[in-house]
Design a protein around this ligand. Structure first.
Ligand code: ATP
Ligand code: MG
Length: 255
């Protein structure tokens, strides 16, 4: 499959007097990894919140695979195939790894009078999945999320996005506060997701991480998109200059 997965067109979002998004247009292609960068308060999280249904834009349109769509809440986004992964909030701490993986989509057995949770299937599938996403440590499916490190939790959230075949995986600062090894794990998952045909939006302040995995970089500054450039056509130094405003903008032709 080819072509555009999602397009945010002329998105405007204000919080009172703060214009968080000032007429932003961004498109993500099939199997593309886009790095979304910019200083604190630039509008990155607000943009992906519009896309993941966590907030509504004041104006603008969203297209999914070329079709205009309404994303009013998180369910709408998930139904379309958009999974958003935050450092912590994506998982329910009290539940097991297996329960988290199947949250809201649990397999059921219909042998008796009432459908019951198919725990055996959940355990087996969870075991397979943990291996597939490359977690080498032995994690039992019944392990509570609280017993996992930040990076391991991240991996579980990513595994869920991959298992349910999200077309677009959004990661908002997934490598924040992670160790070197855990960060490398997250970057590996993003690459593997791409290899399997998924698209991703990757938000981080770490430009070295960005340059390791993305195809394209979108730069936000004070609510405006000021950069949209293929990684191959730029450098870390140049992106830094656009982020700070030393350079006005870069490569705005693609969307
Ligand atoms: N719920 C809110 N209420 C009021 N203002 C908000 C709200 N959320 C964000 N803002 C403001 O909107 C602007 C954009 O914020 P946003 O969170 O999108 O920035 P960001 O690029 O993700 O920054 P960071 O790198 O610090 O996460 C900022 O000025 C911020 O203070
Ligand atoms: Mg943010």
């Amino acid at each position: 499959m080819e072509g555009e997965i999602v397009r945010l067109q002329n998105i405007v979002k204000s919080y009172g007097k703060v214009l968080a998004l000032d007429d932003v247009t961004v498109a993500i292609q099939h199997q593309e990894i886009v790095g979304l960068v910019g200083d604190n308060g630039a509008g990155k999280s607000t943009l992906i919140k519009v896309l993941s249904g966590a907030t509504r834009a004041n104006s603008g349109s969203i297209y999914f695979k070329g079709r205009p769509v309404r994303i009013a809440n998180a369910q709408d986004a998930i139904r379309l195939g958009i999974e958003t992964i935050y450092q912590d909030s994506a998982l329910v701490a009290q539940l097991s790894v297996a329960r988290n993986l199947f949250l809201g989509r649990e397999p059921v057995r219909r042998t008796g009078l009432f459908p019951t949770l198919d725990k055996a299937t959940m355990r087996t599938e969870t075991g397979n999945l943990i291996q597939q996403v490359g977690i080498t440590k032995k994690i039992h499916p019944d392990t509570p999320i609280t017993a996992l490190s930040g990076g391991e939790r991240q991996s579980i959230a990513i595994a869920r996005a991959m298992y349910f075949e999200a077309d677009l995986i959004i990661l908002d600062e997934p490598t924040n506060n992670l160790g070197i090894e855990e960060s490398a794990g997250v970057l590996r998952f993003i690459r593997e997701a791409k290899a399997k045909g998924h698209s991703s939006i990757f938000i981080t302040h770490n430009l070295h991480h960005v340059f390791q995995v993305v195809d394209r970089i979108v730069v936000m500054r004070l609510g405006k998109k000021v950069g949209d450039v293929r990684k191959a056509d730029t450098t870390i130094e140049e992106i830094e200059q656009v982020i700070t405003g030393m350079v006005d903008s870069i490569g705005m032709g693609t969307a």
